[in-house]
Design a protein around this ligand. Structure first.
Ligand SMILES: NC(=O)c1ccc[n+]([C@@H]2O[C@H](COP(=O)([O-])OP(=O)(O)OC[C@H]3O[C@@H](n4cnc5c(N)ncnc54)[C@H](OP(=O)(O)O)[C@@H]3O)[C@@H](O)[C@H]2O)c1
Length: 287
């Protein structure tokens, strides 16, 4: 089995490549750019992989509000070109999507199953939903995998780090922290997602899946858990999304239920608290 992985230099891509069973060709943006569909088709045509995994995305959630064309160029039109190429090459496409395809249901407080109707509240979420639909419509042999709140030791290139590192840096600088308390989701460790994604793809059971660590918390709750595990006591206070004032709206609740993978008999990912503790150990070991 040969895999080509787009976005291989990102935080998920880096944790995924070593966990795929087979020959893996990691592709950075320079080698496979979703915004350059013709070159992308040539690159994949020369490689002829069995499976293409797309970990690449435009993921500037706030900036997308003022540059929707840039978000759609990568997350929708680039993904459309990728889906068409994969169908032409008769290879499987594994595409990573987001909990931000949800959010429109203001009063929602139960986890979303794969069959629930999406409703994004941001341009980024809309562009990711468009990408999902294009994969599902254009490439029959696909996995679309929605996940949430990623953090890994490689950090998100686009966002420059991850939430855990941002919290620890600011706390160690003695800065006061205001963290949003009215957005509930499931922070997910890229190592856990990578392993579960590799196991899911190995089943050959195509479709739409939710994969996150288990349980849920607000970003404030996540920050509190980080500081507790690290023995820090920063000046931490809750804010509402409105007070925080980000350019893009986020879902108030976007917990994803792994209904489809559970039906296949795959085990749930471990609880987010255990995953966070494992991440903190991994980052310590890497120092
Ligand atoms: N991060 C989260 O919290 C989160 C939550 C839910 C879902 N997701 C989804 O999970 C996937 C992986 O996210 P991540 O956190 O690993 O992101 P990441 O660390 O920012 O990695 C994304 C990668 O995509 C590359 N990229 C950007 N534009 C590209 C283009 N036009 N063509 C090819 N490559 C391009 C980036 O390359 P450069 O380094 O050159 O910019 C980067 O290496 C994405 O689909 C994202 O939407 C993420």
């Amino acid at each position: 089995m040969t895999y080509a992985v787009l976005g291989a230099a990102g935080q998920l891509g880096r944790d995924l490549c070593p966990r795929l069973a087979g020959d893996v060709v990691p592709l950075t943006r320079g080698q496979a750019d979703l915004a350059r569909p013709a070159e992308l088709a040539d690159t994949l045509g020369a490689l002829r992989p069995d499976v293409v995994v797309n970990c690449a995305a435009y993921n500037f959630v706030d900036r997308a509000e003022t540059e929707p064309e840039a978000a759609f160029a990568v997350n929708a039109w680039g993904v459309r070109a990728l889906a068409i190429t994969c169908r032409q090459l008769d290879c499987v496409l594994v595409h990573v999507s987001s909990d931000y395809v949800f959010g429109l249901e203001d009063n929602r407080r139960t986890p979303y199953a794969e069959g629930d109707a999406p409703g994004p509240v941001s341009i980024y979420g809309l562009s990711k939903l468009a990408g999902e639909y294009l994969v599902r419509a254009l490439c029959p042999r696909h996995f679309v995998i929605r996940t949430c709140g990623l953090y890994g030791v490689w950090g998100s290139g686009g966002k420059g780090g991850n939430f855990v590192e941002t919290m620890l840096d600011r706390a160690r600088q003695g800065r006061a922290l205001r963290v949003v308390a009215d957005q509930v989701c499931t922070p997910t460790y890229t190592v856990d997602l990578a392993a579960a994604l590799a196991d899911l793809v190995a089943t050959g059971r195509y479709g739409l899946y939710h994969l996150t660590n288990a349980g849920c918390c607000s970003w404030l709750g996540f920050a509190q858990a980080i500081f507790q595990l690290e023995g820090l006591r920063p000046d931490l206070s809750p804010v509402t999304s409105r007070e925080y004032g980000a350019a893009a709206r986020r879902p108030g609740y976007s917990v994803l239920a792994p209904t489809a993978s559970t039906a296949l008999g795959l085990p749930p990912l471990r609880p987010w608290q255990e995953a966070l503790a494992a991440y903190l150990r991994e980052r310590q070991a890497k120092k």
